[in-house]
Design a protein around this ligand. Sequence first.
Ligand code: HBI
Ligand code: FE
Length: 284
Amino acid sequence: MVAAELDLRSDVTLAADFVVPQNHSAYSAKDHEVWRTLYARQKDLLRGRAVDEFFDGLETLGVGAEGIPDFRDLNRTLLAATGWSVVAVPGLVPDDVFFTHLAERRFPAGYWIRSPDQLDYIEEPDVFHDIFGHAPLLMLPRYARYMEAYGKAGREAAGTGRLRRLARLYWYTIEFGLMRTPAGLRIFGAGLASSGGEEAYCLDSPAPNRILFDCERAMRTAYEIDAFQKTYFVLEGWNALPRLDSEELRARFQRVERLPDLASSETLASDILVGRYGALKERR
Ligand code: HBI
Ligand code: FE
């Protein structure tokens, strides 16, 4: 099942929530082979690079070594741990649909898988990015709460200029976030965990900025859509994930709206830069 085949299904009427059956038995041997190749490669590449909680989640979920997981198996474990589940969708869904799922602790996951000649680059999230990248940390209560809060905040911000700032926050934490741990800098972002290339670049290259996470700083910062990031934000542990309740968020939006946006490559005198080995460097 590859992206192009989605077009053949466009005559199927989509439900309002965009949820479709995963149809696990319809995956071909080749589909499972693509998954296994990616799964083995990423697991290996992430050793010593991803946070321990990512591996703990992957192991507790206990799926993926044999092929594309059946969401029903995944969901038994996820539901019991944090009340989250994954639902199958055809690809990117509209913002309001996406936020409503998250607010109700459902992660919309693409069900299709990339073709063997597209192992490293896809334009829309597929089942490998969505499940391998996102599902393990949904086992973590503090992270699970943040994702739900993001969904609720997104629904409130929908149709306003605030959505752009909120989307940046998601990008720089959930997708491309780094964390300072006693063992050194580690990946927790799903976009990094599922990437063939950027998972090493984000930690090893001297080129990008690594900035100690500051919620409002991240909300102001543009990001790269089809290139490696020029800036990564580094969280000081899971409790550094910001609270996203309406009141706190409203105050943050008000401050951010008075400040200029920042280019993805820019640094400020007030940034606390993080070295490749996790050391903090105040100012340049
Ligand atoms: N849909 N399936 C899917 N996955 C996403 O990550 C996603 C989406 N729709 C909208 C969206 N992300 C973002 O634009 C929001 O975070 C703003
Ligand atoms: Fe993602």
